[in-house]
Each structure stands twice: as C-alpha cells, then as structure tokens.
Design a protein around this ligand. Structure first.
Ligand SMILES: *Cc1c(COP(=O)(O)O)cnc(C)c1O
Length: 429
C-alpha cells in the first residue's frame, strides 16, 4: 500500500511507515494513493460474509501484499471481538450501535486494530504512543495497548472537560499506560501532540507514534462497520440509504466516505455536530472560520478544528464529488437534551452524541429514504449527563462499574510544551 502526504505529495510512504509515523512532514496527513473499488457483484458476495472475514477482505484490499491476508485476518480477529448491531428506532430510521467493545465507544474498533497493526509492523522496536483525547479515544487506545510488549502509551486530556467516568476508564490502568490532565482544552492538547511530532530529536529519541484519529490504520478499520451496517439492512432499506455521523475530528465520517468510494452504495452522508460547528458553517458559507472551542454535553465532539477535514476534501476531489452535496447540521445542548428525551419516549435509551446525529437525520430525511445514525457511545458512558436529562438512574455496565471505585493515576500539567517534553524524555521504560 502506498500513501502520500496531503501537504507534500512527494512524501510517499508504505502502510507500515504510515502506521508508525502517524503524521508526515509539516504535520501532513497520509492518504492512500489507490482507492480500491469493488464491483456490485463483489460487494454482494462481501455482504454475505461474517463481520471478521469481510473486514479482513476490505482491509486487505487497502493494505495489499504488505501484510498477508492471513495476518490481516488474525489482526482483525483479535481486534473486532464484539458486534456492531443495527437496531430499529422508527420505520424509516435505525441506529448502528458501535459501543459494544471494552470501552463502550466506537473508538474501540479503530484503536484495537491500530494496536494490532503497530505490533505487526514494529519489528520489536520500542514505541511510545502519544495521543490527545477529548474523552473516548484515550480509553480505546489505553485498553487496546494495555500490557502489550515494547509499547507505552501517553495520553493527554483536558482537565475537568471529560466525564468522571470516562476519566476512570483509562486513568486507572497503570503499567504501560500514562495519563496527563492538561490545564486547558482539547485543541491545546492536540497542539501539544503536534508540537511533539515536530520535534525531530524528541521523536527519534522516544520512538514517537500517534494514535488518535489521524492514524491511517484506525480509519481503515472504521470502514468495515459501514459494510457491517449495510449487511444487516433489507433490500428496500439499502436502496436509498442516508447515514448521519456525529462528528468531532471527522475520522468516522472519513471512513464512511471511504466505504462509499469502495463501492458501498450509500446515497448520502450527513455530518452532524454540536455547537462546535465549523464544518456545517463552512458548507453553508464557503468560509472556514473556526471559533474558539466551546464545552458541550457531547464533549467527544468538542473540536473546532477537525484534523481529518483535509482527507475529506481529498476524497471529494479525487472522486469528483461535490462538497456541497454533503448533508450537514448542528444541534445545541438544549436540542440534544430534548432529543435524548424524545428517543427515550420512543423506547430507546441514547446519549447526546448519537442523539445529535438522530436529530439532524430526522429533520433532513426525505420520503423514500432510509436513515441510519451512528450510535458512537453507550449511554452509561455519559451517565451523569443522561441521568440529568432523563431524571432517572441508568445502570452501569460491568466494564465501568469495575473501574468506578479505583484511584486515578493521572499526572497534572500546565499547557506547556517544555514540561511535556521533559516528562517524555524522563519517562522510564
Ligand atoms: C470521538 C467521538 C465522536 C466523534 O468522532 P470523530 O471521528 O472524531 O468525528 C462522536 N461520538 C463519540 C461518542 C466519540 O467518542
């Protein structure tokens, strides 16, 4: 597999290089040179396969002969050990539940496949994963790499801006998982990570690797559950399928669009955001004007400068699609809360991220279309928020209940690159 740097097309790397480097020169994102396509017949036979086998075939189509199909199959089998079921909500709307993994969010798919890919290509080298999280990536990455040999993980997150339970889920592990609460917002954490990658000396010294949604292996893994969703739909529902994606860094939507480039016949995508609505405003006005990030109850989407956006523009350009055709919309905290209540009345327990995607979908779905929205997190992952909205308690799944009483092991740090660098250089193996 060949990939190029979106900021400098002359920088070209293999899949293993892209997995290990995360980002290219000038913080450029890697993008596949070839976008593999399946014929309608091939898609049809793919849809008949089980999730793991089908996913290995999809990933192999991208990765090519760099990793054998049998190895890819083993990696997928280790990573995807939980289902992604479609649940019906209304006659014309369903949800794809992506939260049945160990950390109860869709990021388990990408995180766990990335961990497998990294171990596969690392050749016994020591690797330090540095990543910023607005909540769920951190937990997924931490659990995916926990106890893996020759790999240690450092996770930055904005202090006080993720839910207490989210924090418990990845800041109580210890061993090779190190967590730092930064006294600022998510964009600042992301900037610290980018600065670290720009520091060549630091990068080489500690074998830096990123693990947020910029790593290509995470994105490729996420393509697979769009096929899995499609496989569960009736022929009628497949005819005019609209998929609404609750978006923050836009990795999930990028993966969906890549599924479409492969030939999966999805009529339309909708990018749904919270008040951090840089993309919906951009699609309306043509002006890229990020505001300061604001805190919302859907905090995993509190991103005003989505780092996967250049990949989305590249897909549209390469495929000759019109960016204006990308559905979009946003919802305030008030609307998100009202929607969680509305879904509860329909008998479906949701949480603010999925609810926003449902809201925009419900408002924009046309007659004859079938809509799916991505359920990106388990409601219990946002227990306080959901209980507040609904005025009732919701049970904790075992994964969270077990961690809720353990002590936090996080370090605290100012938004200061020099301090972070010092920490990283002195971190013992
Ligand atoms: C990360 C996350 C999102 C946003 O996904 P992106 O790929 O960053 O757009 C949405 N919902 C939840 C629950 C998340 O954890």
């Amino acid at each position: 597999m060949k990939l190029y740097n979106l900021k400098d097309h002359s920088e070209q790397v293999s899949f293993s290089q892209a997995v290990q480097q995360g980002l290219g020169k000038d913080q450029g994102l890697f993008f596949p040179q070839d976008l593999p396509k399946f014929s309608a017949t091939e898609i049809e036979s793919l849809l008949k396969l089980d999730f793991v086998t089908r996913s290995a075939k999809i990933l192999s189509a991208y990765i090519g002969d760099e990793i054998s199909y049998d190895d890819v199959l083993r990696m997928v089998n280790n990573a995807f050990q939980f289902p992604a079921p479609v649940k019906a909500i209304e006659s014309d709307i369903g949800t794809l539940e992506l939260f049945h993994g160990p950390t109860l969010a869709f990021k388990d798919f990408g995180g766990r496949f990335m961990a497998q890919a990294l171990v596969q290509v690392a050749d016994d080298k020591k690797v330090t994963i540095l990543t910023a999280t607005s909540g769920d990536t951190g937990a997924a990455v931490a659990h995916a790499f926990y106890h893996l040999p020759n790999i240690r993980v450092v996770i930055l997150y904005p202090e006080g801006k993720i839910s207490p339970l989210q924090e418990k889920l990845f800041c109580t592990l210890g061993d090779n998982i190190h967590t730092i609460a930064i006294k600022s917002d998510f964009d600042a954490c992301q900037a610290l990570v980018k600065k670290s990658f720009d520091d060549t000396e630091l990068k080489n010294k500690i074998g830096l690797n990123s693990a947020n949604s910029i790593n290509i292996s995470r994105l490729l893994a996420q393509i697979c559950y769009y096929f899995e969703a499609f496989a569960q739909l009736t022929p009628k529902q497949r005819e005019q399928l609209v998929i609404s994606v609750p978006s923050g860094n836009f990795g999930d939507l990028t993966a969906g669009l890549l599924a479409k480039t492969m030939g999966l016949p999805i009529k339309r995508f909708i990018a749904a955001t919270n008040a951090n609505d840089t993309v919906p405003r951009y699609l309306d006005t043509g002006k890229w004007e990020p505001h300061k990030t604001v805190a919302t109850i859907s905090n995993a989407m509190d991103v005003s400068q989505p780092n996967n956006w250049p990949r989305i523009e590249e897909i549209y350009q390469r495929e000759g699609w019109v960016l204006k055709s990308l559905g979009h919309g946003s919802a305030s905290d008030e609307v998100a809360s009202a929607t969680v209540r509305e879904l509860d009345r329909k008998g479906y327990l949701s949480e603010p991220h999925g609810a926003i995607a449902y809201r925009v979908l419900r408002d924009q779905l046309q007659a004859g279309e079938y809509g799916l929205f991505l359920g990106t997190a388990h409601p219990a992952k946002f227990k306080e928020v959901v209980e507040n909205i609904l005025g009732k308690t919701i049970p904790l799944p075992k994964e969270l209940a077990d961690r809720a009483d353990m002590p936090l092991l996080s370090h605290k740090m100012a938004d200061d690159f020099a301090k972070l660098k010092d920490f990283l250089v002195n971190l013992a193996w």
